[in-house]
Design a protein around this ligand. Structure first.
Ligand SMILES: [Zn+2]
Length: 82
């Protein structure tokens, strides 16, 4: 195994590396929050008798909700039959 050669980083490279590390940390926080919210929405849906469907193909701003055989988007009101 050959030794790894490290070249000194320029100030710009150090800045870029620090930005990547900060972005990765933010992404991990956002992913955890997203997972928590997804679990909460699904639990709320179960309690309310509503299922969460696919993303709305009309506005792409919300998932479709499914209740009593009907599918609708709570954001734009788009409706589809199942
Ligand atoms: Zn929609």
């Amino acid at each position: 195994m050959s030794p790894q050669i490290r070249f000194p980083q320029t100030k710009r490279e150090r800045t870029t590396t620090a930005q990547l590390i900060a972005l990765n940390e933010r992404l991990e926080v956002i992913e955890r929050r997203h997972c928590m919210l997804q679990n909460t929405v699904e639990a709320l849906g179960r309690e309310a008798g509503v299922s969460v469907g696919s993303p709305c193909s009309h506005c792409d701003q919300s998932h479709m909700l499914i209740k009593d055989g009907h599918m609708y988007c709570p954001h734009c009101g788009h409706r589809r039959t199942i």
